[in-house]
Design a protein around this ligand. Sequence first.
Ligand SMILES: Nc1ncnc2c1ncn2[C@@H]1O[C@H](COP(=O)(O)OP(=O)(O)OP(=O)(O)O)[C@@H](O)[C@H]1O
Ligand SMILES: [Mg+2]
Length: 284
Amino acid sequence: MGTYAIAGNSGSAGKTTTVVTEAVLLAERGFTVRVIDVDPQANASTWLGHVDAPAPTVADVLRGHRSIADVERPARVILDIDAETGQPVYDDEETIPGVTVVPALRSTLDSLVVELASQPGAVLNLQDALRDASPVDVTLIDCPGSLNVLVTAGLLATAADDERGLITCVKPSGKEVEGIPALQQELANMRRIYKESIELVSVIPCAVPPQGAVYEEQLAALRDWLGDRVAPSIRRRAIVDEAYTNYVPLPLYGHRAKDVVADYNAVIDHQLAAGLLAKRSQVA
Ligand SMILES: Nc1ncnc2c1ncn2[C@@H]1O[C@H](COP(=O)(O)OP(=O)(O)OP(=O)(O)O)[C@@H](O)[C@H]1O
Ligand SMILES: [Mg+2]
């Protein structure tokens, strides 16, 4: 079992793409995967078949009003886009086996930032809910792209599990990489304030252009600094945007996505080799 927050303090680094793609690929390998969306943009929910999710949603879990079981639902595959409304069409029978989602409703989490920050202890509600939730192999918590109380709640929630950690995504262009010390500071705060030990366990270079000395230098510097925690790179491909626009996770998007999907499989192999993402039966 393992519970991981995917967070970073720069937006558009590839976090949601990584969460959704890894979730589907892990399920294809026989894992059960729970995706928890704590990002007000609700992109992971959209990608996993729950656009405009009706209540209850993750907001109710973050408030401490609902359990995971109340909110969790199977991830679904899009069937069609309604020609009149432009909205995706789903059928509850058409699920992604092995993947469930605790969805967010777009924009409803913004007000929660203020609410959670003003209630001492509320930041631990998601952790409490996960302690009571039915076990799955891997839980991935998709966090917003700036450090706020939702990220704190997501990071603290990983401590519901013995196998836990922070996974971050970087576009290796300097700015994002420079954000890693701020993340490490956030983890230090978790230790100091909440007495929870959460480590940065994996750094995934995302949307890496095919060639370019600058990127190669930056990747080499990242590996010198963080060693084996740096996963193999995910290449930059326009198909990623296309798949999202069509509401389809990359592994289900057909052969044109196969090279970027292969990159994500290499990341999973790397993470498994590092002892992350263990299946329940494999945990001693
Ligand atoms: N490998 C890739 N190649 C090309 N584009 C990519 C790749 N990965 C992600 N993108 C694009 O980059 C943008 C941001 O990706 P994504 O939403 O996964 O990032 P994020 O870190 O979750 O962002 P946010 O901080 O806003 O939540 C999206 O438009 C996505 O399609
Ligand atoms: Mg995102």
